[in-house]
Design a protein around this ligand. Structure first.
Ligand code: HEM
Length: 391
């Protein structure tokens, strides 16, 4: 399916209910050439090589947050992770650094998300036509989105007025400097849609993935031991520098194994626009195909003892693009894959260097729906203690 012709397999069509949030020019809701056009402008700022520019924001926000954790007391990690990933996303996307500005934008995003997270929120947005949503400003969803839009548009306008060299380094600055293949610069509404798409697609997913990763790693002394040994060898136990991040292959493997075993997005969706053959079966136009990420990641022929958390799998073997698919694939492959993997590694390496984590006995997290993702029902409870060798 991921190798299939993009004109035969649509995805944006099935995401129309997201239009009220991400806008009509978001990659998420488009197909064919309009989709490829928006994707081309978003690819360069999110390329793997760009990640180093985001390292400092990711690590410093993590260390600041961890300093506020009460030693020895149980806490849910999902919310602090959400706070970290949202602040990072706002710094990276808009170049915000002042605590007051960050708090203002973060508050507006959270107000919208609070509605979208429950089942009710998604149904509301799905059932009400966009035109109605826009006319009925009293609807809390539209009101909150409108407040966020005003802030974002003011930010875009402010950047536009500044000379290029004076703009804060950010994805917004990249988008203002970019143009489409025909030489057309991006309009404010396109930039707004791209920013909202990145903020919304990028931070909640990664915070859930981080919570699941701790849920898997923390109760396993052998895995924690290997992660901390690796850190000690690479950095003497300090939070790593951007260069040292490459010297942590076991942590990388543990992150990939966690993304295999704990599903964030349960499936990906494509709608056939022409007859399409998959697995020896022909599907007529109009069929919705949903390859299940959860089931693929439990295939015994690919992952022996699939229910076991074994990071070594990812050191012993390189899995093909259709065998490990937490980020989907093909022409709709998650645009933030490099970003999410880099952020998870940066956050977790800082965390394991700063604190010792334990899971209160008898805890088990089960997946529940949170917006489009599957999150741990209890936010994953942990007890964090300062490392004895650190102040
Ligand atoms: C662990 C974290 C994340 C997971 C598990 C995840 C997962 C996914 C999945 C399954 C898809 C659909 C792919 C398909 O249909 O084949 C997707 C699409 C997308 N993701 Fe992510 N994602 C994550 C983080 C991010 C981040 C950090 C960003 C932005 C910086 C992001 C931006 C996007 C965008 C823009 C799309 C739409 C791509 C398109 O339709 O062309 N995601 N993601």
């Amino acid at each position: 399916m991921f190798r299939g012709d993009a004109r035969t397999l649509h995805s944006g069509e099935g995401n129309q209910f997201l239009t009220a949030t991400v806008g009509e020019t978001s990659v998420l809701v488009l197909d064919d050439e309009p989709h490829a056009r928006q994707r081309r402008v978003l690819l360069p700022p999110l390329k793997g090589e760009r990640m180093r520019a985001f390292f400092h924001a990711m690590q410093s926000v993590t260390l600041e947050t961890v300093r506020t954790w009460p030693p020895g007391k149980p806490l849910r990690v999902l919310e602090p992770f959400q706070d970290i990933t949202l602040k990072v996303m706002l710094q990276v996307v808009l170049g915000l650094t002042s605590p007051a500005e960050l708090a203002l934008f973060a508050g507006k995003v959270q107000r919208v998300l609070a509605l979208g997270r429950g089942r009710y929120g998604l149904i509301l947005v799905k059932l009400l036509p966009l035109a109605l949503l826009q006319r009925t400003r009293w609807l809390p969803f539209y009101q909150r989105m409108h407040e966020l839009d005003e802030l974002l548009l003011a930010c875009i306008e402010q950047f536009r007025r500044q000379p290029r060299g004076e703009r804060r380094e950010s994805i917004l600055a990249d988008l203002l400097a970019a143009s489409h293949e025909d030489g057309q610069p991006l309009m404010n509404s396109e930039i707004r849609d791209a920013l909202v798409t990145l903020i919304f697609a990028g931070h909640d997913t990664t915070s859930i993935a981080l919570s699941w990763a701790l849920e898997q790693i923390a109760p396993r002394p052998d895995v924690v031991g290997r992660i901390t040994d690796e850190l000690r060898q690479a950095t003497g136990g300090e939070p790593p520098s951007a260069d040292q991040l490459n010297q942590l292959p076991y942590l990388d493997a543990a992150i990939r194994e966690s993304l295999r075993l704990r599903t964030i997005m349960p499936f990906v969706v494509r709608m056939t626009k022409a007859p399409f053959v998959a697995g020896g079966r022909e599907y007529p136009p109009g069929v919705v195909l949903c390859p299940c990420i959860h089931l693929l990641h439990r295939r015994e022929d690919l992952y022996p003892e699939p229910e076991k958390f074994l990071p070594e799998r990812f050191l012993e073997r390189r899995f093909a693009a259709h065998e490990w698919i937490p980020f989907g694939g093909g022409n709709r492959m998650c645009l933030g894959m490099a970003f999410a993997l880099y952020e998870m590694k940066t956050v977790l390496s800082a965390l394991f260097a700063a604190v010792r984590l334990a899971r209160p006995a008898g805890r088990r997290s089960v997946p529940v729906r949170r917006g489009l993702a599957l999150a741990p029902h209890d936010g994953v409870q942990m007890v964090a203690d300062r490392r004895p060798d650190r102040s």
